[in-house]
Ligand binder design. Structure first.
Ligand code: F6R
Length: 368
């Protein structure tokens, strides 16, 4: 039941600290990930892995896009990510020693399952399925599995399923890094990420406590017809996910761009009627992002920035800023997802849409 919450979506947003802890439970030592969490053959398979192909749909696809940044940066493995409905109809060339990875909340998405069945004919070394539903088709048909442990997700718009997929994908990244002698991440850095993972749930709680402030921000969106989301690096997929949430439940047209692409076209759309939402964690790309935000301001755009409290981005006339607690750079994509979920939730409530059952959508897409 929804309990004290007005919608399942809100309840599921608030469950995230607890399910993130559940997704980590028993899978970490003090210094690294327990590779056997992925199954008895995982260590051998991961040591052999030279490339990774990740296939998924919708929100799960966005989780895969974040994982590409992590896997290349920390495990040093080249990664391709693609939506299942495209992958299954082209003729993918599979290099030797490539691992196939699917991501799915339900484990029953028709295109993702079809892609998995097709992949089995293409000479991959194995298939890892990251999934939320035990006993689903995807779990039964994968060689290795990792359950995301989000619990049942009722709201059609995926929230806790996404953040627990990110946890699973960070565990996968650490497991690969540990299984390979040439990984960019040394043991000390692995230990730092493990400690940051263990500290993550209470930090998420602090971000959820910004709910009232986000509800106030949401008023600026209710009358708008369009919105633009910007991010760089691993936060570009977080911007994509923020835009998808807003589209799905508030029916406001939203697009996401890597901030560096602004001047190559979308800047033409920016005026005082176009709210621009940006995530600004404290990472290498911050200075570049700041200059992208300046480009928006110069066009009269209204900026909404979710920023690390230490980075020196402050509110003024045309810029509203919400400060998030500082977090290890590797885990920032997880944390910055939360305010975007809350923002779209409050905009949808203001617009009076059916938040848990948006028009035209189904929770599990078992047809093509
Ligand atoms: C968006 C959403 C969908 C699903 C997609 C894949 O909020 O929920 O985009 O992510 O239909 O579903 P799964 O993960 O069950 O394969």
């Amino acid at each position: 039941s929804k309990g004290e919450y007005r919608h399942f979506m809100l309840k599921e947003i608030y469950e995230q600290p607890a399910v993130i802890s559940a997704a980590l439970e028993g899978r970490l030592s003090d210094t690294g990930v327990l590779v056997e969490s992925f199954g008895p053959e995982a260590a051998t398979l991961f040591a052999r892995t030279r490339q990774i192909h990740i296939i998924a749909c919708g929100t799960s696809y966005h989780a895969g896009l974040v994982a590409r940044y992590w896997l290349e940066r920390y495990a040093g493995v080249p990664v391709q990510v693609e939506v299942a409905s495209e992958y299954r109809y082209r003729h993918p060339v599979v290099p030797e020693d490539t691992l196939f990875v699917t991501l799915s909340q339900s484990g029953e998405t028709a295109d993702t399952l079809a892609a998995l069945r097709y992949a089995k004919t293409l000479g991959y070394i194995g298939a890892l399925g990251i999934c939320n539903v035990p006993g689903s088709s995807l779990v039964r048909e994968s060689d290795l599995t990792l359950m995301t442990r989000a619990g049942p997700e009722i709201g059609v718009a995926s929230t806790k399923a996404f953040t627990t997929q990110l946890i699973a994908l960070m565990l996968f990244t650490l497991a690969l890094a540990k299984s390979r002698s040439d990984a960019p991440l040394d043991a000390g850095e692995q230990g730092e990420i493990v400690q940051a993972l263990k500290a993550l749930a209470p930090i998420c709680q602090q971000v959820l406590a910004l709910n009232d402030e986000i509800e106030v921000l949401s008023q600026a969106f209710a009358e708008k017809h369009h919105a633009l989301f910007l991010g760089r690096g691993a936060h570009f997929p977080i911007a994509l996910e923020g835009a998808l949430k807003l589209k799905e439940i508030s029916y406001i047209h939203a697009e996401a761009y890597p901030a560096g692409e602004l001047k190559h076209g979308p800047l033409a759309l920016v005026d005082s009627e176009m709210p621009v939402i940006s995530v600004a964690p404290n990472d290498d790309l911050l200075e570049k992002l700041k200059s992208n935000l300046q480009e928006v301001r110069a066009r009269g755009g209204q900026l909404f920035v979710f920023a690390d409290k230490n980075v020196g981005i402050h509110a003024h006339d045309d810029t509203q800023v919400l400060h998030l607690p500082h977090i290890h750079e590797a885990l920032a994509p997880l944390l910055y997802t939360l305010p975007l979920q809350l923002l779209s939730y409050h905009v949808a409530v203001l617009k009076g849409t059916d938040v848990d059952q948006p028009r035209n959508l189904a929770k599990s897409v078992t047809v093509e």
